[in-house]
Design a protein around this ligand. Structure first.
Ligand code: ATP
Length: 948
């Protein structure tokens, strides 16, 4: 197996180890002989250093500077040659053994045996059964998805059912019957495809990873997915159809009902197959969410209701039918105040409890238990403990980022109670997952952070640039300055560089105190060491205090910390100087063995051992003993006896400083400057998202050609009434799903970063929202303008400049309203799967109540009011009036035919308001949407943090 930084104990579990550097063998032999071999060639592993860490350090190239890089290259070359030499000098027996090990053990016997196993596969049916069961378990546990699917089916069934309540057999019912059948078909498209497509994308990465390890066949995965999604689609559509069928009173006949159900089931199966095809063929989710709505819209167009197939251009119908300011540095102030060593943050008796529920029993779980400590300026403190010890919880409690539960105790920043607003601005928090805009370069990321977070009143633009350059130098990011951050889809900076950019963004403001959550997780030992060394250097140079949670630091990293807090089961096992930790543990009977990394040793001591009941009882006793011994030790010692100022002195002297600092920290840049910066950043992100941009341009062009030629050269005869209404309706549809779906995906991704940035008070929500509105609205309008112009001229809607521009204005209003609705969903719901289910239901319902499908003269009073709050009714009515109010049609049929546009509008109840009243209502609804979106953004984007 390959292994990253094994602890000394794990290292000694191996029979043999292969040490590789830059593709060359540095050692191959028994693990227990490795320390001896290295000491023979001049590299003696220090006491209290884990041999594996030591070897990895020796074998790594050091990129921290040119000199050290040359030095490390020489060292690695020496190691490689030493091992070649060692092999050559070994006795013939050893050589033979070595040859055997190299050529036989690995190259033939084991490899082939391994290969034999590798090529063996389970039966197809077995593989399928396992995957299908896993898919169903995942699905059943995704309660929000299931509930929203059920709600969507039920609510839409009731809505549609009562909209077409009790259909009669008169002439008006023709429109209504076609309408209800068409809506039943729509329900088997968007609401089935969108949530399933999102869920499929969520699992695609897992499938690719598992497939690369040949865990199963593609076919079993594919069939398992199909047999999971299809039943869900069928169940929800059965609920929907049953409801609609009986409430609307479609012709009641058992055979007809089951035929309808069967046809709809087939359509659902086609939709799921289309979803699987799109999900498999398109790698990028953004593109899939542009393509899918476009294809489905085209399918719906050719459903026969919107366009009369006999009048569609033959070419189309044939193919488709059916388918730093130094003056403000804390260190200077500290000197002014005559403080020698400043306590930046102190905490006493921190307790954190949460209420948990298991087997319907509520219990209170104590996660932090009477934790006390402090951190001084210029020192770095490590928070170490086994998994689940409470490290992140303590860091969150200290940084003011804890949500839910009960937090008690006393936390003081520079001797005073924390003021949430200024505390956030004077401290910085580097999260474990580096959420940044992937399409911005390192320099741009830091520049935008500087523009947003450094005050204009203190920093001129050139000073901000200087500060960015300083941070780039400090964090040794020169080589990556112009590299994009990247993400899973696009390769960007390395993991270590990414972490340093994340730290850099926080260091720009020169914080007094830096919190870091697992800054070394996922990094190799070299990068981890570099990150901690840099934090240490900055702490010393800038007098910044830093506290970080860290998992198994190697001995060198461990020794970089000034102090450590060792946590076990929420209690402190040791808090004090790193250098004193080994002696402290030795004094209470736990002597760290030679060649064992102290951090690994302490973590082992503090970890409960669940391997057996006996080991668990024993380890529990040990942990309780450690906690009790430290409580006694710290009580005797008094935490202030280590040369630090008395807590009360700190409070009295520093509170004045805190006031000065707090005043400075709480000032914000002007609204307009924040807005301009965010606006620029948003547009840079959009135009660099090449897939999104290209799709947003191509989709309307493709749709415009398709629809334009479908309704090519509209006449003024009786058939053209259906076609004219159809083309106007499709124009409105283009302003709904194709705008909503891709934008919501972008917005939800972006909002996660915004909430993170807002947690450090980087900018206001109002500027963020204004910037988003002024990015997404123009994009929708720009792209759809092509569509509108194309469709208008190709299909030859009534050519009149006034009508053309009024129609365009109405179409624009509908786009703006859709973007507003998108903001409501994005700000309100976190889960994009739920958004897709619910928004599809809302958009579909809006489209239903447009007036095209159901005649409002016959819609039940309970539901007929819905049109008054439906933006699509207003936009459709305005477009229809604009197009048809002065038209006459040549009739060949009997008295059924409407001869004037006014008669058509009246028969569809589309003349309730005049065009301008429709536009006014659209704008009013739009305004309500935007205001609700903003309020939801503030409400949902502001977590309720607990402060003590
Ligand atoms: N809100 C909560 N509700 C229930 N349990 C919680 C809550 N917050 C934390 N816990 C539990 O408290 C314990 C400590 O969690 P925490 O995330 O602080 O651990 P940690 O030491 O950072 O672990 P790791 O190193 O694995 O990240 C865990 O067992 C966790 O499940």
């Amino acid at each position: 197996m390959t292994i990253h930084q094994p602890s000394a104990r794990i290292f000694n579990l191996f029979d043999k180890v292969i040490l590789l550097s830059q593709g060359h063998l540095v050692y191959f032999g028994a693990a227990r002989d490795a320390v001896g071999y290295f000491s023979k060639i001049g590299y003696q592993c220090p006491i209290h250093e884990n041999p594996a860490d030591y070897f990895v350090d020796l074998m790594s190239l050091d990129f921290r500077g040119d000199d050290v890089l040359v030095e490390s290259r020489k060292r690695v070359a020496g190691l490689v040659y030493s091992f070649i030499d060692y092999r050559a000098k070994s006795s013939s027996t050893e050589r033979l053994r070595f040859k055997y090990l190299c050529d036989q053990d690995i190259a033939t016997a084991d490899y082939e045996a391994a290969l034999g196993q590798y090529t063996h596969r389970n039966r197809w049916a077995y593989e399928y059964a396992v995957l299908a069961r896993r898919d169903w378990v995942n699905l059943m546990r995704n309660s929000s998805f299931l509930i929203s699917q059920a709600i969507q089916s039920l609510v839409t069934a009731l809505l549609v059912g009562f909209m077409f309540f009790y259909l009669k057999h008169d002439s008006v019912s023709v429109q209504n019957r076609l309408g209800v059948l068409y809506i039943i078909a729509i329900n088997a498209t968007f609401p089935t495809i969108m949530p399933a497509l999102y869920a499929f994308f969520g699992e695609r990465e897992i499938m690719l990873r598992e497939r690369s390890a040949a865990v199963y066949r593609v076919t079993t995965f594919y069939v398992a997915k199909a047999t999971t999604f299809m039943p869900i689609a069928l169940i929800s559509s059965t609920i929907f159809i049953t409801g609609v069928y009986f409430i609307s009173h479609l012709t009641f006949d058992v055979a007809k009902f089951f035929v309808t159900l069967g046809v709809l089931s087939c359509l659902n199966i086609v939709s799921i197959s289309f979803m699987l095809m799109t999900g498999s063929a398109v790698r990028n989710m953004d593109i899939a969410f542009v393509i899918a709505p476009a294809v489905v819209t085209v399918e719906l167009l050719f459903g026969g209701l919107l366009a009369n197939p006999t009048s569609i251009a033959p070419a189309i119908s044939d193919g488709s039918v059916g388918s730093n300011k130094p003056s403000l540095h804390a260190s200077d102030k500290k000197e002014d105040l005559g403080l020698e060593s400043e306590v930046v943050l102190s905490w006493r008796n921190i307790e954190y409890k949460v209420t948990t529920k298991a087997n319907k029993q509520t219990s209170v779980k104590t996660i932090l238990n009477s934790v006390s400590g402090h951190i001084n300026a210029g020192e770095i403190v490590a928070l170490i403990g086994s998994s689940g010890a409470g490290k992140t919880t303590l860091l969150n409690a200290l940084s003011g980022r804890i949500v839910g539960g009960q937090l008690t105790g006393d936390i003081r920043f520079q001797g005073s109670r924390r003021n949430p607003a200024s505390f956030k601005r004077l401290t910085a928090y580097v999260q474990q997952d580096d959420l940044m805009h992937p399409l911005l370069s390192v320099e741009e990321t830091l520049t935008y952070a500087a523009k947003l977070r450094l005050q204009n009143a203190i920093y001129s633009p050139s000073q901000k640039v200087e500060r960015v350059n300083e941070v780039i130098r400090q964090l040794r990011l020169e080589a990556a300055r112009n590299t994009r951050i990247g993400n899973a889809a696009t390769r960007g900076v390395s993991g270590g560089e990414r972490k340093r950019v994340s730290i850099g963004s926080e260091l720009l403001t020169d914080p007094k105190l830096l919190f870091l959550d697992e800054p070394t997780s996922g990094l190799d030992s070299n990068s981890s060491e570099m990150v901690v060394e840099l934090v240490k250097k900055i702490s010393v140079e800038q007098n910044t205090a830093a506290i970080m949670t860290i998992h198994q630091p190697n001995a060198r990293i461990f020794n970089l910390f000034d102090r450590v807090i060792l946590l076990s089961q929420g209690s402190v096992v040791y808090f004090g100087p790193t250098s004193g930790s080994i002696n402290y543990f030795a004094s209470i009977g736990y002597q760290c063995p030679m060649h064992e990394n102290p951090a690994d040793y302490f973590v082992d001591l503090m970890t409960l051992d669940y391997r057996s009941e006996g080991l668990l009882v024993e380890s529990r006793k040990r942990v309780n003993n450690l906690v009790e011994r430290f409580a006694v030790y710290s009580g005797q010692l008094d935490m202030r006896a280590d040369g630090k100022p008395n807590k009360h002195q700190v409070e009295s002297v520093e509170s004045s400083y805190a006031t000065i600092a707090n005043d400075v920290g709480s000032k914000k840049n002007s609204w307009i400057s924040e807005y301009i910066t965010l606006f620029r950043r948003d547009w840079t992100n959009i135009y660099r998202d090449i897939y999104y941009s290209v799709c947003q341009i191509l989709q309307p062009i493709a749709m415009c050609l398709m629809i334009g030629f479908m309704f090519y050269n509209l006449k003024h005869d009786e058939l053209s009434i259906q076609n004219r209404l159809g083309v106007l309706y499709i124009i409105i549809v283009q302003a709904t799903f194709p705008i909503f779906m891709p934008q919501i995906a972008l917005f939800v991704d972006d909002l996660v970063i915004a909430v993170r940035e807002r947690s450090s008070a980087s900018y206001r929500f109002s500027t963020y929202y204004a910037s988003k509105v002024s990015t997404y609205v123009p994009i929708a309008l720009l792209c759809n303008t092509l569509f509108y112009v194309g469709v208008y001229f190709i299909s030859r809607l009534d050519f009149d400049a006034r009508k053309f521009f009024i129609g365009m204005a109405v179409f624009y209003c509908q786009n703006v309203v859709t973007v507003g609705l998108m903001f409501i969903f994005g700000a309100w719901i976190k889960s994009i799967a739920v958004i897709y289910v619910l928004s599809t239901a809302v958009l579909t319902s809006q489209l239903l109540f447009s007036g095209l499908f159901a005649n409002f003269q016959t819609v039940t009073d309970v539901l007929s009011w819905v049109r008054w709050i439906n933006p699509i009714y207003y936009s459709f009515s305005a477009l229809a009036q604009n197009e048809m109010s002065d038209m006459t049609f040549a009739c060949s049929a009997g008295p059924q035919c409407s001869q004037t546009g006014k008669e058509v509008l009246s028969s569809y109840s589309l003349d309730g308001f005049n065009i301008w009243q429709d536009v006014l209502m659209l704008l009013l609804i739009g305004a309500v949407f935007y205001i609700c979106g903003f309020l939801l953004l503030i409400w949902k984007g502001t977590p309720k943090y607990l402060w003590v």
